[in-house]
Design a protein around this ligand. Structure first.
Ligand SMILES: [Zn+2]
Length: 248
């Protein structure tokens, strides 16, 4: 990786007034969480449209909970990696204002990020599908799936299934920030799924710089991206953070 690109990003991070990051499956893949589109693990066994659609969950919760329990174990074992930690540190330094994530694994919060918008919810929280009562993990009885609420409704992880809307507050906060941002980091996401994919484009229209940190070029790279650090985020972000610290 050319050092000059890292220097440029370090400089932009230091001089920007409002910075947001959009993160996706790529950043968590480095912590061992399978991506929907990846070939390994969970999604090889389970057809995602069959298992992660709200209609499937309602129709056959026992079947879908088999997959959810496996996902639960994968997420429980995962730990934040150097990229999550670098983003948390950028927040602590007062540089990064908000992380908008498409991930449901809580790894940004585990790394220390406090300003996180979750587009697709959080698999470490649970909620009754009928009455909306929230449950902590420890309160959920996993022994005979599907777990049920006191109201007899189905309990599901507080994640956005296919066929469900993105939480309104998360959507509003992310788009507000995208309008104000002067620098957007696109980290570990191919940014093809709306509405997350609209955020860098909206920010760009409002004059923001867009920096991609991705192993491969994406649909943004050609027309939207100002700078791409091509590689895994856990290898790209820590050296940039070091450059910022050294120059502080
Ligand atoms: Zn209930």
């Amino acid at each position: 990786m050319p050092q000059s690109k890292m220097n440029t990003l370090a400089e932009w991070l230091k001089t920007s007034r409002c910075v947001m990051a959009l993160t996706g499956a790529g950043i968590s893949a480095e912590s061992g969480i399978p991506t929907f589109r990846g070939v390994q693990g969970l999604w090889e066994k389970y057809d995602i449209m069959e298992f992660a659609h709200i209609d499937s969950f309602r129709a056959d919760p026992v079947k879908v909970w088999r997959m959810l329990l496996e996902l639960d174990q994968t997420i429980l074992k995962a730990r934040p990696n150097a990229a999550h930690k670098a983003l948390a540190e950028l927040e602590t330094l007062g540089i990064l204002g908000l992380v908008v994530t498409q991930n449901v694994d809580n790894l940004h919060q585990d790394a220390g990020s406090r300003h996180v918008v979750e587009f697709h919810g959080n698999a470490k929280r649970f909620r009754c599908l009928d009455c909306g009562t929230p449950y902590e993990r420890a309160q959920v009885n996993f022994s005979e799936p599907p777990p049920r609420c006191f109201c007899t409704g189905l309990i599901k992880p507080d994640v956005v299934f296919f066929g469900e809307a993105i939480p309104w507050a998360a959507h509003a906060r992310a788009f507000d920030m995208a309008r104000q941002a002067d620098l957007v980091l696109v980290v570990g996401t191919s940014a093809v799924v709306a509405p997350a994919s609209d955020l860098p484009i909206l920010a760009k229209h409002n004059g923001a710089r867009v920096v991609e940190i991705n192993p491969e070029a994406t649909v943004l790279t050609e027309d939207v991206t100002d700078l791409i650090l091509q590689g895994p985020a856990s290898q790209m972000l820590p050296p940039v953070l070091d450059l910022i610290r050294r120059r502080a």
